[in-house]
Design a protein around this ligand. Sequence first.
Ligand code: NAD
Ligand code: MG
Length: 328
Amino acid sequence: MKMYSESDVDTTCLDGKQITILGYGSQGRAHALNLRDSGFDVVVGLRQGGASWPKAVADGLDVREPAEAVKDATIIAFLTPDMVQKKLYESVEADIPNGATLLFAHGFAIHFGQVGPREDLNVVLIAPKGPGGLVRRQYEEGHGVPCLVAIHHDADGDALKLALAYSAGIGGARAGVIETTFAEETETDLFGEQAVLCGGATELIVAGFETLVEAGYQPEVAYYEVMHELKLIVDLLHEGGLRKMHEFISDTAAWGDMISGPRVVDNNSRAAMKAILGDIQDGTFANNWIAENENGMPEFKRRMNADLEHPIEDVGRNLRSRMDWLEG
Ligand code: NAD
Ligand code: MG
């Protein structure tokens, strides 16, 4: 494993150079503000009339239409939703200066061939391992969220240097920047969010809730058990791994964990994980997701509604409204 720290980074390659951030959502806002506060020259590229435009202006940033914003850029960060990047790249390609560096926070568009950049452009990845809000907050507190770095195309020999300088500017180098490839970042990121973080965790919660409610227990009690208390466990894991969790839970909980966990996540679940990974690796997932977008996302909307209309949502909303210490 190769990891870079702040001392490995030379940010002078960005002195007097412009960094353009396309998109001002979760990652875009965090990167733009952190880079500006690190002393870099930042321009934000957005559609005039879009919802993000006034936010970026209110934050004191130089905001322009995408084609105008990329014209003088040394680095152009594509921080729009992955499914928008192909069209956005095509709409600004003619205005991108020779030898510029395209930067992505997730490898999807490049790895699955949605964006095929000109040969003269460097193509790099700086992927923070956390949401934008955390990238901003950690930076403001003097820390950073760790990042991955990958080089897809090194047109001028400076791709890694520029990518690392950018990672330092957003605070990532304070926590460490691990070298990877576009393939590894894209495939592991998709797998993680599908099998474990978003898909796996929410399905586990909902199945646990339904099991208890169907057995006649009160939905409110079930909610506290399977949704509310998950945070405590995740925080312990995040801070100190399995060891810290085991230090803080009771022996009864630890015994139940070790005896029953493998019954829930059994060989069937592991086989399903392998199948999910296979669909990611061979492009099945990407092709289906791209097609879903092109069809106006009917299945996405149907499934999203089903998630949001699940009874656990009503129960949770009610209980959370009494816990005014929760961030809403
Ligand atoms: P987001 O949905 O929060 O923000 C998207 C932004 O793009 C908005 O400002 C929107 O107005 C703008 N936008 C949409 N269409 C546009 C267009 N045609 N032209 C210009 N701007 C347009 O997106 P995000 O979650 O920050 O994701 C950005 C990238 O970062 C993605 O590649 C994503 O995979 C990656 N990423 C996200 C996270 C995360 O936690 N959200 C973490 C790591 C990497
Ligand atoms: Mg789910």
